[in-house]
Design a protein around this ligand. Structure first.
Ligand code: HEM
Length: 246
């Protein structure tokens, strides 16, 4: 079963790489702005880099830190894909405008940094726990810290992240920002609460196997939603005159 899952995961690399290639070609064919081309290139090259890192992590007997080093770049790729998705609809020739004031951007940035720490500490909880690495490796080479304490540190970082997002949501509403930005931050709050509930449930249930893929999957969703809220802080808004002449 483990081998089938691992092989399936490897095969999906080709599907992802193919999609990334199509996206990059589409950017050039449509002659889109260089920002979007850069995101497309990062996605494609990032997938190739991840294939290499994944292979190295297997050669290293799936040591917990090697698995963490393989997992975390995926979150960066999810962030970049979400930025590409958010920005693709914007007109290439419109000027960039600061859609959210600097103090809100700073709060959102603090939230993004807190999220990065949540993700890193999450891999450390796994690294010290029952699901770390290969069965053959045993407990040797696992992160030698108390799993319960590590989970508490992970959860505290998550509350900081939630706090920043709550303040961000309040400020975005108070600034009467675009309704799309207000909606995006409410969706983000909802997915953080869902992820919190899954995290707490797996903590108290003793980390059953079935919760792990859900917690990892939701990490991607939370990361993508954070990137989408961040994307709302800087927008290319069509010039009113250009709009009316269309
Ligand atoms: C935004 C909220 C959260 C995010 C993004 C998040 C993310 C993560 C990530 C990325 C991992 C590592 C997965 C892996 O390497 O296999 C993890 C593991 C873990 N998290 Fe969270 N987490 C969140 C909230 C919580 C909360 C509130 C708790 C409650 C204590 C929690 C408990 C755990 C536990 C127990 C593990 C270890 C699972 C295992 O051994 O496989 N998480 N988390």
């Amino acid at each position: 079963m483990h081998q089938a899952i691992e092989f399936g995961n490897r095969l999906l690399t080709f599907v992802l790489a193919f999609v990334a290639l199509l996206v990059t070609i589409a950017m050039y064919k449509a002659n889109r702005r260089s920002e979007l081309k850069v995101y497309a290139w990062i996605s494609g090259l990032g997938i190739i880099a991840q294939a290499v890192i994944g292979g190295i992590s297997v050669l290293l007997d799936l040591q917990w830190w090697a698995v963490a080093v393989h997992f975390l770049p995926s979150m960066i790729l999810v962030w970049v894909a979400a930025l590409l998705y958010s920005r693709i609809a914007e007109d290439d020739h419109s000027a960039v405008s600061t859609a959210l004031p600097p103090h809100i951007r700073s709060v959102l940035l603090c939230g993004a940094v807190a999220l990065a720490i949540v993700l890193i500490t999450g891999t450390m909880v796994t690294g010290s726990g029952v699901h770390s690495g290969d069965d053959g490796v045993g407990m040797e080479g696992r992160l030698n810290v108390d799993t319960k304490m590590m989970a508490i540190i992970h959860a505290v970082c998550m509350y900081l992240y939630l706090g920043c997002t709550l303040i961000g949501a309040f400020l975005i509403r108070r600034a009467r920002a675009a309704s799309a930005a207000q909606r995006a931050v409410m969706v983000l709050l909802a997915v953080i609460v869902v992820q919190w509930a899954i995290g707490v449930a797996q903590f108290y249930l003793g980390v059953p196997r079935w919760t792990v893929p859900i917690h990892i999957g939701m990490s991607s969703v939370v990361t993508a939603c954070t990137a989408i809220v961040w994307a709302h802080s800087r927008r290319r808004l069509p010039h009113p005159e250009t709009e009316s002449s269309r």
